[in-house]
Ligand binder design. Sequence first.
Ligand code: NAD
Length: 352
Amino acid sequence: MAERNILVTGSSGLIGSEVVAYFGREGWSVHGVDNNQRAVFFGAQGDTRRIQNRLLATVPRFTHHELDVRDRPRLLDLVAEIRPQAIVHAAAQPSHDRAAAIPFDDFDTNAVGTLNLLEAARRACPESPFIHMSTNKVYGDRPNTIKLKELETRWDYDDPAFENGIDEHFPIDQSKHSLFGASKVAGDVMVQEYGRYFGMPTCCLRGGCLTGPNHAGVELHGFLSYLVKCNLNGREYKVFGYKGKQVRDNIHSYDVARFMSCFVEAPRIAEVYNLGGGKDNTCSILEAFALVEKYSGRKQLHTYVNEPRVGDHICYYSDLRKMWGHYPNWGISISLDQIVREIVEGDGPQFS
Ligand SMILES: NC(=O)c1ccc[n+]([C@@H]2O[C@H](COP(=O)([O-])OP(=O)(O)OC[C@H]3O[C@@H](n4cnc5c(N)ncnc54)[C@H](O)[C@@H]3O)[C@@H](O)[C@H]2O)c1
């Protein structure tokens, strides 16, 4: 078979870098787009150059393009030149909390950048699967209206309708999103529209907590990676509200890349999936402390701030049944325990 090529934006980030490595191993020629904007958003701790250099050294058919997805003319030219057979869009301002301080950068990146890439794809390669990294923050804080029960170390749903988690029919509007959630809604709906209106094979992956050793974790984004960093460096982790019992479902970036590969091989039109670790890969912050301590052997220092983050979910886990139904060969292959062990044993988590 002739060599296939894929375009990955945000290629130096957690998800982008995993996708580059995954498709590279599968024999694809991979074009990455990243401008290390994460270091601009979060400072030196968010710097992704080390990951970019590792990809250049280890992925044989990888080309890095130093390009901002907000640069419409250059992005249109690049996609026209490459005409990729698949596109994964993972470049973003990814922080819920950071967005309010940088509203233009946030919206221009998350909403307009996504439109730039969609239109570039429609003009050059409308038949190529287009996978967009969306987020569970498109549901705003409405998940907090689900009846909850308080257990010893976590919150959980107290409503049988959500026994398996939150599915893709959950409403996305008329709740508080943060500016980040709102800019991601704009991108998400636009990706769906290019699918429905133009018949393009698009999908939105509404991520829960996506994680892994390649995350340049910072306080405002990448909770597990940042928590491990704090633990290994003897720093205090700040817990914001909900008694530290707030629940997240965690998925390793490798399982995200595996799902993307399934979609690329059997694409559908205008799909939406809630992509997280599901119920089996959930933990509260308190439970995450215990897990990290188990693998690092160090006590987790922490302080408690009796004020939740604005719009933070008290309990969120994804209902994975739609993904399993559409792609029966896909499932979670890396457990939460393995994820934490890998992050603890990884070479990344140092403060600069
Ligand atoms: N990590 C999570 O827990 C999580 C959860 C839900 C959704 N998501 C979504 O998944 C996607 C990827 O997240 P991630 O965790 O890999 O983030 P990340 O910050 O690790 O990676 C994003 C990459 O995009 C690059 N980038 C940012 N703005 C850019 C621009 N204007 N032009 C070019 N490159 C730019 C950054 O430099 C970075 O390398 C994002 O859309 C994010 O919203 C992530």
